[in-house]
Design a protein around this ligand. Structure first.
Ligand SMILES: [Fe+2]
Ligand SMILES: [Fe+2]
Length: 150
């Protein structure tokens, strides 16, 4: 599954790069040959710009996925299950509440961003990030409640 995802992301990146080259090249060819069609030009312009966006997103996705694979090992090492002391719990709750604030800020920012963005794919990404941040917020809230109830 990991290898498949990685290969598909790499392939998508290649295809977007090729598509962009082709659109930019053909735009120049049409212009040089004096073919001036407004409807064609409008579509090619829109598709080119969105292809550019796809290319950058998929390049970022590749980097993010590769780094996530590298980091998951060090972050996910097994930790002993110990019961924190009262003082430790108070410290943990304080730290977690700060993170909760950060997550809340991110939820709000991504929602605002989703409303502002006009490119559909960027809007969808902002919405997905907002939903992901809501999950973070919930997980952290649950943990705070757990420590506070101990
Ligand atoms: Fe594309
Ligand atoms: Fe987050």
């Amino acid at each position: 599954m990991i290898k498949m995802s990685l290969n598909l992301i790499k392939y998508a990146k290649e295809v977007e790069e090729r598509a962009l080259d082709s659109y930019l090249h053909n735009t120049r060819v049409l212009r040089l040959s004096g073919i001036d069609l407004k409807d064609l030009e409008d579509v090619v312009k829109k598709v080119s710009i969105e292809t550019w966006i796809h290319k950058e997103i998929v390049a970022g996705m590749l980097k993010a996925y590769q780094e996530a694979l590298d980091r998951v090992v060090e972050v996910m090492r097994d930790v002993e299950s110990i019961t924190p002391t009262t003082i430790e719990r108070a410290v943990l709750v304080k730290i977690l509440k700060e993170h909760l604030q950060i997550e809340a800020d991110m939820i709000e920012t991504y929602k605002k961003l989703a409303n502002e963005l006009k490119y559909p794919v960027l809007k969808a990404i902002a919405e997905a990030l907002a939903r992901n941040e809501e999950e973070h917020h919930k997980m952290i809230s649950d943990l705070i409640r757990k420590y506070e109830a101990m």
